[in-house]
Design a protein around this ligand. Structure first.
Ligand SMILES: *[C@@H]1O[C@H](CO)[C@@H](O)[C@H](O)[C@H]1NC(C)=O
Ligand SMILES: *[C@@H]1O[C@H](CO)[C@@H](O)[C@H](O)[C@H]1NC(C)=O
Ligand SMILES: *[C@@H]1O[C@H](CO)[C@@H](O)[C@H](O)[C@H]1NC(C)=O
Length: 473
């Protein structure tokens, strides 16, 4: 083989290799992958080590237990180094629900006193345990930058800027990080729509300044166009969050979703006047809400807010989903030829495990795994791929998932016996067996790092063979 031929061949192989890498990188892109995403908000903030002290460990509030529900896993720790099993059990439950992206609520690298935040450690440890087919992204919580925490504006601003820099260096480059059009998404959690604007949250100028330095796709909690036109235009997607009222038992947060949907087309046209880009709205769905455990984050019973888990004999989880489904159907009939420019292809559940606000879908003593199954039903209806379920090696996992599989005889309608069987198998009495299966599942995942996906291995072998062959010429 002549030298220029060799060079050509090597270049060609290199390009194929790079392209294949780009293709696999796209699978976590909400826009470019053309996949449906089901995201779930995750709180890495539960500690059990100091349950006796009045430290913010999130299982205790104003002297009482901080939730109206109890996890099936028991009161757990998901931030310590030795809590991998809990985190893995969580990830397994999410996968079984069809969730393919975790949105981690994040409160900064350090607290206002400069001490490392344990929620940040929990975030790192969760990401380390992430199955290879699961995406993740950060939801930055405004809490850390509020003036109630520290009144010196320049100190708050510096903390904010440094936190975004930290996110870039620690997470944005991760192969599983969720993106929009190639940019890592950064969700911003700040205040309910009903609250008036104040100076507690991060000012727009700070966001603008950091976006000159760090590349990301800003994803805003629903924002009012009239009040905050800058944020409205700056957002690459919008998401909703449950907003319970204090007094209306019929209100399931309907108006929040309606607000997102009503603003969606307007927002699309504001941000993309030639409508050239496909479009992503990350809408929220939720099973309910009840912050009685934390007394509305005060110590006052009058501050409690609630969304019942059932309204009008219907589950709130499916009611919230129904609203989005109807929107998508309307868009399809309104824009038959270019509906994909408007259609919602990402759902975000609020939440996987917010026990404090009672909005969790995680398996509980009260509801068993009902919400996992209900979420899986929604995921399937919405069109989320369940490819990750192809984990043939583990009998219990297979058994569990075959019952979730709608193609089996029973569909998703589980008998009471099946439900109890599942719960025993995965969450309760046979907890040791369950965690053992999880360990095996994850160990298998770990040995198969993204770099050694089958296609890459094939290319590497091909590459290597060509090298060897060229030695003979
Ligand atoms: C705020 O903090 C900065 C940096 O530590 C300091 O230079 C400045 O004097 C502080 N401002 C006030 C009003 O305390
Ligand atoms: C910000 O809030 C504080 C406390 O509520 C208030 O004293 C201050 O005047 C506010 N600053 C601005 C610029 O609105
Ligand atoms: C937009 O979505 C459609 C349908 O999924 C797809 O065919 C098209 O390639 C997408 N366009 C872009 C720019 O991603």
């Amino acid at each position: 083989m002549k030298q220029h031929q060799q060079k050509f061949l090597m270049t060609f192989m290199f390009v194929v290799f790079v392209l294949s890498t780009i293709v696999s990188a796209n699978s976590f892109d909400l826009v470019q992958s053309n996949k449906k995403f089901l995201l779930a908000a995750y709180l890495p903030w539960f500690k059990v080590s100091d349950l006796q002290t009045y430290e913010c460990n999130h299982w205790e509030w104003c002297g009482g237990y901080a939730s109206v529900y109890t996890p099936l896993l028991g009161v757990y720790d998901n931030v310590n180094e030795d809590s991998d099993r809990t985190r893995r059990a969580h990830l397994m439950q999410m996968r079984a629900s069809g969730v393919n992206g975790v949105i981690v609520n994040w409160f900064g690298e350090k607290d206002p006193n400069g001490n490392p935040r344990y929620e940040n450690q929990g975030t790192h440890l969760l990401v380390e345990n992430l199955p290879q087919e699961m995406g993740f992204a950060i939801m930055l919580d405004a809490e850390n930058y509020r003036d109630a925490v520290n009144t010196n504006t320049s100190v708050r601003k510096e903390r904010f800027l440094n936190d975004v820099r930290y996110l870039k260096s620690q997470f944005f480059e991760h192969p599983n990080y969720l993106k929009m059009d190639g940019k890592p998404i950064l969700e911003y959690f700040r205040k309910p729509l009903s609250e008036t604007l104040d100076n507690r949250t991060v000012p727009f100028e700070w966001w603008q300044q950091i976006s000159d330095e760090v590349d990301f796709a800003f994803v805003e909690q629903i924002v009012d166009k009239e009040k905050e036109p800058n944020f409205f235009k700056f957002s690459k997607a919008l998401f909703g969050w449950p907003e319970p009222t204090h007094d209306d038992p019929q209100d399931y947060g309907y108006y929040v979703i309606k607000h997102v949907l009503d603003n969606t087309l307007d927002w699309k046209e504001t941000n993309d006047p030639d409508l050239s880009q496909n479009f992503t709205v990350i809408t929220g769905i939720w099973p309910g809400f009840d912050d009685t455990g934390v007394l509305g984050w005060t110590c006052d019973h009058n501050s409690v807010r609630k969304i019942n888990r059932e309204v009008g004999n219907q589950q709130v989880l499916s009611k919230t989903y129904q609203q989005i489904k109807e929107y998508n159907q309307n868009v399809k009939s309104k824009f038959p030829n270019n509906y994909h420019k408007y259609i919602i292809n990402t759902l975000q559940i609020a939440t996987f495990n917010d026990w404090n606000e009672g909005s969790q879908i995680e398996a509980s003593k009260e509801f068993g795994i009902n919400d996992i199954i209900n979420t899986a039903t929604i995921a399937q209806d919405f069109g989320v791929e369940f490819t990750h379920l192809d984990t043939q090696h583990y009998d219990s996992l297979k058994k569990y998932l075959s019952i979730l599989n709608p193609n089996n005889d029973h569909g998703l309608e589980l008998s009471e016996t099946q439900k109890i069987e599942l719960e025993n198998l995965f969450f309760a009495e046979k907890y040791d067996e369950f965690t053992l299966n999880i360990d095996r599942y994850f160990n298998d995942q770990v040995s198969e790092t993204p770099f050694f996906k089958p296609f890459h291995s094939f290319l590497l072998i091909l590459f290597f063979s060509i090298f060897v062959l060229m030695g003979f010429f």
